[in-house]
Structures are given as structure tokens and as C-alpha cells.
Ligand binder design. Structure first.
Ligand code: NAP
Length: 253
């Protein structure tokens, strides 16, 4: 059979927040490319499990509330215990809080920074330690945002966390590229998930957002699959520290 640089057969991928939305789309895309999936999060990912196993992939769930870094080693150990190794990490789980900056609370700051930035860093650290031990490199993909490039509005901690994850992606790439670990990010544009429900329910915001997207529609979770499979595969072996926008053209507008 012809060599397929996007083939993930035999690779084990850990995806956080894979029960719904983008994480589910990412897990299914990696499974379709041949990877075994370990999902980590606080909600049981029954639909994702069904989709992955129907594709013939193996699936394992590690229960973890990712607002605290205390869980990261157990998550990596759970993946390795299930399938013997860890090759790919997708830091997808994320949360958002909306309020005017004048009113923004410390609790909303801390929660979002913990889930979106602190835990992803320490999970990447735990995963990379395992990848170094295995000696075959690995792929780490952080889920960034348009707010890794832009300021946004009424989402102070979200913007700080997603701008932070873009910087962290480059730092980790600088430190780990020579170890054969590729660290990159995907910056989704506006996707129809729970995360953006408030925006889509606001008629004015929904209209303004759609008017600025050259592709003229909200993104669907499956729209991220190609970018994720690429960055998780040997096709991206020389790609380090990039933040790849998958945004229907939003940033170019
Ligand atoms: N939708 C967009 O347009 C968009 C754009 C740019 C970036 N993103 C990013 O994409 C990622 C996925 O978001 P989504 O749009 O798919 O939103 P979503 O449907 O709300 O999914 C978020 C995921 O993160 C999990 N999560 C949140 N807090 C958690 C915690 N404390 N512990 C464990 N898991 C937790 C959620 O679990 P539960 O189901 O249990 O809450 C869920 O699995 C996030 O990083 C988000 O910032 C989304």
C-alpha cells in the first residue's frame, strides 16, 4: 500500500474535553486516521466513545476535573495504563466567562486561566516527560482561538488565556523541537458549540459575526479534523510552534 503520511495507526492520542463540541470532532477525526483515543474530562463521553468504536478504534475514558493541575499525572498514567503509550496530546478542554472588565470577578479570572492555560501547560509537561521516556517524539496540539490574535470583548480571562496559550505553544516548541516533540496550536474561528451558544443566541452578534466570515457560515466540529490529523501526523514532523487558524477566513478579513 502507498505510504500515507497522515496515517495515525498505532498512535495513542489523549484528547481533553472530548465529550462534546470541538473535542468530540477532534477525537473522531484522529480515530478515523487510525489513532486509539483516550478522552479525559469531567463528563462521560458516551457519544464520542460510540463514534470512535464504530470506526474500529479503541477508546478509554479518564475522569478528571481539569480546573486543577493535581490531576495531570493521573491522566497521563491512565492513558499509558490503557494503551501502553502516549503519542499525541490535544489540549482542547476550555471554558469561558463573560462580564464587563469593570465588573470581572477574580473567581471568573482564576477558573478560566486554570482550565485554559495552567492545566494545559502541566498536562503538556507530563505528556512530554512520557514522550521523552518513550524516545520516539510526539505531537502536542493546543486549542487556541481568534482571541490568541485579537482582543475580544467582555471575556478578559478567556483572551488572556488564549493569548497565553499561543505564546506557550511557541515556548514549548523552542524547548522540545530538538527532542522530536512537535508543539503547535489550532486556532478555531467561530464554531457552533456550547462555548458560543450565547453569541449565536444574540441576534446582533450572530449577524455581525456571520457577516465577517468569508466562508459565510459558523464552523462545524468536523471542520477542524484535517488540521488536527495533519499536526498529529508525521506529515508535520518539521512544523513547530505554529498557530494554525481554521476560521473560514475570519482573520484575513
Ligand atoms: N466554539 C468555538 O467557536 C471556539 C473557538 C475558539 C476556540 N474554542 C476552544 O475550543 C475548545 C473546545 O470548546 P468547544 O467550543 O467545543 O466548547 P464546549 O462544547 O463548551 O466544550 C468544552 C469542553 O471542555 C470541557 N471542560 C470545561 N471545563 C472543564 C473542566 N473544569 N474539567 C474538565 N473538562 C472541562 C467541557 O466539559 P463539560 O462538557 O463537562 O463542560 C467540554 O468537554 C476550548 O478550548 C475553546 O476555548 C472554541
Amino acid at each position: 500500500m502507498a505510504f500515507n503520511p497522515f496515517d495515525l495507526t498505532g498512535r495513542v492520542a489523549l484528547v481533553t474535553g472530548a465529550n462534546t463540541g470541538l473535542g468530540q470532532g477532534l477525537a473522531v477525526a484522529l480515530a478515523r486516521a487510525g489513532a486509539d483515543i483516550v478522552a479525559a474530562g469531567r463528563s462521560t463521553p458516551s457519544d464520542t466513545q460510540k463514534a470512535v468504536t464504530e470506526l474500529g478504534g479503541r477508546f478509554h475514558f479518564v475522569h478528571a476535573d481539569l480546573d486543577s493541575v493535581g490531576v495531570v499525572q493521573a491522566v497521563v498514567d491512565g492513558a499509558v495504563a490503557a494503551f501502553g503509550r502516549l503519542d499525541i496530546l490535544i489540549n482542547n478542554a476550555g471554558t469561558i466567562r463573560r462580564a464587563d472588565a469593570l465588573e470581572f470577578s477574580e473567581a471568573d479570572w482564576d477558573l478560566v486561566m486554570n482550565v485554559n492555560l495552567k492545566t494545559p501547560f502541566f498536562l503538556a509537561q507530563a505528556a512530554a516527560r512520557r514522550m521523552v521516556e518513550q524516545g520516539e517524539g510526539g505531537k502536542i496540539i493546543n486549542i487556541a482561538s481568534m482571541l490568541s490574535f485579537q482582543g475580544g470583548i467582555r471575556v478578559a480571562s478567556y483572551t488572556a488565556s488564549k493569548s497565553g496559550i499561543a505564546g506557550l505553544t511557541k515556548l514549548l516548541a523552542n524547548e522540545w523541537a530538538a527532542k522530536g516533540i512537535n508543539v503547535n496550536a489550532i486556532a478555531p474561528g467561530y464554531f457552533a458549540t456550547n462555548n458560543t451558544e450565547a453569541l449565536r443566541n444574540d441576534e446582533g452578534r450572530n449577524r455581525d459575526i456571520l457577516a465577517r466570515i468569508p466562508a459565510a457560515r459558523w464552523g462545524r466540529p468536523e471542520d477542524l479534523g484535517g488540521a488536527a490529523v495533519f499536526l498529529a501526523s508525521s506529515a508535520a514532523d518539521y512544523v513547530h510552534g505554529t498557530v494554525l487558524a481554521v476560521d473560514g477566513g475570519w482573520l484575513g478579513r
